[in-house]
Design a protein around this ligand. Structure first.
Ligand SMILES: [Zn+2]
Ligand SMILES: [Zn+2]
Length: 147
């Protein structure tokens, strides 16, 4: 079971106020083995007895993303998926570095964060005049659940 104090501490360490919504949302993402989209999050919040309106959930996800405790990515159906940035995945607990590949299951549309060490960063040259700010590696296939 997840220690609620750990969740609160993470939020405070990121410089945010620990509201009930932030604790609930982050707690759910930390317990999930894969990224969750809005719908899934709202469903799970409901199952856990929380009643937050949609705007609150949106704002919470926004603030947690800004603080780099979680990150946002685009799922297979173009909906946003949110995932907790695990220290094991980021490799750098202090900076919560977000560059790691994602595996997207084509059968169940689940997005998984992969370990940063699972690939060597590809070198991509952009043409003159373009400024590259960030890149993302997405891998598509079948997850263990669907095999
Ligand atoms: Zn799957
Ligand atoms: Zn990820």
């Amino acid at each position: 079971m997840l220690d609620p104090n750990k969740v609160t501490l993470l939020i405070k360490n990121a410089g945010l106020k620990s509201t009930q919504a932030r604790i609930a949302v982050l707690g759910l993402l930390m317990q999930s083995q894969h990224g969750l989209n809005h719908q899934e999050l709202e469903k799970r919040l409901g199952e856990n007895g929380y009643q937050f309106d949609r705007v609150t959930v949106y704002r919470t996800l926004h603030h947690l993303s800004e603080a780099r405790i979680i990150h946002k990515l685009v799922g297979i159906d173009r909906s946003f998926v949110f995932a907790y940035i695990d220290e094991a995945i980021s490799g750098e607990p202090s900076t919560h570095q977000t560059e790691h590949p994602h595996f997207i299951c084509e059968s169940c549309a689940t997005t998984y964060c992969l370990d940063q060490n699972s690939y060597t960063q590809a070198r991509v040259e952009v043409p003159v005049g373009f400024t590259l700010k960030h890149s993302e590696l997405q891998l598509f296939g079948i997850c263990p659940q669907c095999h």
